[in-house]
Design a protein around this ligand. Structure first.
Ligand code: F6R
Length: 638
């Protein structure tokens, strides 16, 4: 377990421990909790835990379950109080926190049911106030919370204490912030279905805990974490009240930590161990901060920006500017498959072979065109043998009424053409019946899942046709980890790796493009990427072609690489951008509003264009050539 060991920093007002991987942090926290439970057991006492739900504590609960099963950790002396529950909410609903806690923890350990407390979302409104008062009293009667586990929302909420909550607030009924509702939509399918209110312990209740651990994983938490840890205490960010607690531990992975000053701009904190990437980051930072192109930065600018030590190392601003300018300049290429007959020593891709077998892995059926549609079009236009491998079916992201519409179409067509009508009617009736009685968030029947997968397959085929990818080069992998019918997926398995090995062996690509969402600890993109890493690791010693294969990573629909990381920047002309847009439009089931839009209201094509425009603008601001749009890639050396 590796802990990143950075120097203490004056910017941080809460103690933060950074782990390289979220899983490592979760294990450490679970072991601390286990120690507390055992310590209390020895003393013949109860351990009183305040628990959270959501994605953050899942790894902790998994490790606690493992400790129970494999190392005999008993929960018989454990009393729990959960932070919150939606209101109104029935305990058997898939979205309820009661359901979550049983699924993640309580059903797998020996905790006594009478020791479990979760705010009751079923109460009539007139009983809520008294109930909340009683919840506080029950915590007190149990001796108070020994430890409170927390996640943090993008609004800065802890529990459901949204901005505006007072530091002394107690358990109560609250209104959810619109941003929290947007974030919760992934569990409720649609924003309209998310309850508007919740019962939550107050900030004051949380602050009474003897110890508090706040968890944050992934890049999505980076901004709010910085504000919580480095900002001043304010009810605008309720988590910042934790700065007043004497025993808080903030446990994060390197991506949630990425906005902290000590990581983002460590030269502001102390002396740096300079390496190429950090130097690039510092120069880009200075250029954007001073609003000067790189080549115009002066010694004075470096000194004013706390970068004197970098200047000493580099000699002077002129040499440093030129070096970084040239490095960034060389990332730009209109030849993502390599420029034939050219000197390629300073180019991102090799000139030979002039025509390459390019394999684009796309986690969902539209990530290829959304994230690298312009590059895909260039590769095809420049004559490369472009293959696209769709790693998952993407079936859960299709609306029910679309599935119904396609089922109707199939039946109408069969009836009109008199093709096996009997069987078709039966299947159609099954679909109609299932969709009618389907509960919110319920897993689709296999038949409905199949229809939804076919809808997305047809769209991907249409997009490939539009881009000029040969029909025989379009591959649908349907990796098994994804096929749960639910948002929650299985972990990466042997079958996923084997299937990835098989397609690599079949194509033997000279270059691979893959969605490189390294910063997202969960999620489909990450599992798809891990399947590729595992497959390549297996093939590396065995097959010659692997040694001559470049792996390029593009970012998913949500974010772009930091400019200092980019190793290939493919300019996109205005015409190409329009073609890319049309390719994305072929994914009709994801248009207008997608089932899982994430926390961004824009459509996928808009996000993609905005992102590509922004990269081009950034290059322009740094004093490089001005393009309409740019798609960016990082090379992964395996
Ligand atoms: C959950 C809770 C919330 C979450 C927060 C982060 O019981 O009270 O404060 O901890 O919304 O959610 P995740 O962990 O899903 O990012």
């Amino acid at each position: 377990m590796e802990v990143l060991n950075y120097p203490e920093t004056t910017f941080e007002k809460l103690p933060v421990t950074i782990f390289e991987q979220a899983g490592e942090g979760a294990i450490r926290v679970a072991r601390d909790i286990a120690e507390l439970i055992r310590h209390k057991q020895h003393k013949g006492k109860q351990a009183v835990l305040g628990l959270a739900t959501g994605s953050s504590p899942i790894g902790v609960y998994q490790e606690l379950v493992r400790l129970h099963r494999e190392e005999g950790l008993s929960f018989r002396n454990v009393v729990t109080f959960n932070l919150d529950e939606y209101y109104p909410m029935q305990p058997d609903e898939l979205q309820s926190y009661v359901y979550f806690m049983h699924e993640q923890l309580f059903d797998h350990v020996d905790i006594l049911p009478e020791n479990v407390h979760i705010p009751d979302g079923t109460l009539p409104i007139e009983q809520v106030k008294a109930y909340c008062w009683d919840y506080e009293k029950q915590i007190e009667a149990s001796g108070g919370l020994d430890l409170q586990l927390l996640g943090i929302g993008r609004t800065g909420h802890i529990g459901f204490n949204e901005p505006g909550s007072s530091s002394s607030s107690a358990t109560r009924l609250v209104k959810l912030d619109p941003l929290t509702i947007t974030d919760a939509a992934k569990d409720f399918i649609k924003e309209e279905y998310v309850p508007l209110r919740a019962l939550t312990m107050g900030v004051g209740t949380i602050m009474k805990a003897r110890k508090i651990i706040l968890l944050a994983w992934g890049e999505g938490k980076a901004k709010i974490l910085k504000e919580t840890v480095e900002g001043s205490i304010s009810d605008e960010i309720p988590a910042s009240f934790l700065q007043q607690h004497p025993q808080v531990q903030v446990v994060v992975d390197q991506w949630a930590a990425s906005e902290l000053t000590r990581i983002k701009s460590p030269w502001l904190v102390g002396m740096c161990a300079w390496n190429d990437r950090l130097i690039r980051r510092a120069v880009v930072w200075l250029s954007l901060r001073t609003k000067k192109p790189i080549l115009k930065l002066t010694d004075e600018d470096y000194k004013d920006g706390s970068l004197s030590d970098l200047l000493v190392e580099a000699g002077n601003a002129y040499t440093l500017n030129l070096k970084i300018f040239n490095t960034i300049q060389r990332t730009i290429t209109g030849w993502p498959g390599g420029k034939p007959n050219s000197n390629d020593t300073q180019r991102p891709e090799r000139a030979v072979p002039a025509l390459k077998r390019s394999l684009i892995f796309s986690p969902h059926p539209d990530d290829d065109v959304i994230s690298m549609g312009g590059t895909l079009l260039r590769l095809v236009d420049q004559g490369h043998d472009v293959h696209v491998a769709y790693q998952t079916s993407g079936n859960i992201a299709v609306f029910d009424d679309d599935a119904r519409r396609f089922a109707d179409f199939a039946l109408d067509f069969a009836e009109k053409r008199n093709l096996g009508v009997g069987a078709m009617r039966q299947e159609h009736a099954e679909v109609v019946e299932f969709l009618k009685r389907k509960k919110l968030g319920e897993e689709d029947s296999p038949l409905v899942q199949e229809i939804k997968a076919l809808i997305r397959k047809g769209e991907a085929e249409a997009a490939c046709r539009f881009c000029g990818v040969k029909e025989a080069n379009v591959h649908f992998m349907n990796l098994p980890f994804y096929e749960t019918g639910q948002v929650k997926k299985k972990p990466l398995g042997e079958a996923d790796i084997e299937e990835t090995v098989a397609i690599l062996q079949e194509i033997k690509p000279q270059q691979i493009f893959a969605a490189g969402d390294l910063r997202d600890p969960h999620g489909t993109h990450r599992v798809c990427l891990d399947a590729i890493f595992a497959a390549l690791a297996r093939l590396k010693g065995q097959e010659e072609w692997v040694n001559d294969c470049y792996l390029w990573l593009y970012r998913g629909a949500w974010q772009e690489w930091d400019v200092e990381e980019i190793e290939m920047a493919v300019p996109i002309s205005p015409e190409e951008l329009m073609r890319k847009r049309k390719a994305i439009f072929k994914h009709q089931s994801q248009k207008d509003s997608a089932v899982f839009p994430g926390n961004d209201k824009r459509e996928f094509w808009q996000r993609s264009e905005d992102r590509n425009h922004a990269t081009a603008k950034l290059y322009d601001q740094l004093g490089l050539v001005e393009y309409e749009a740019i798609e960016a890639f990082v090379r992964w050396r395996f």
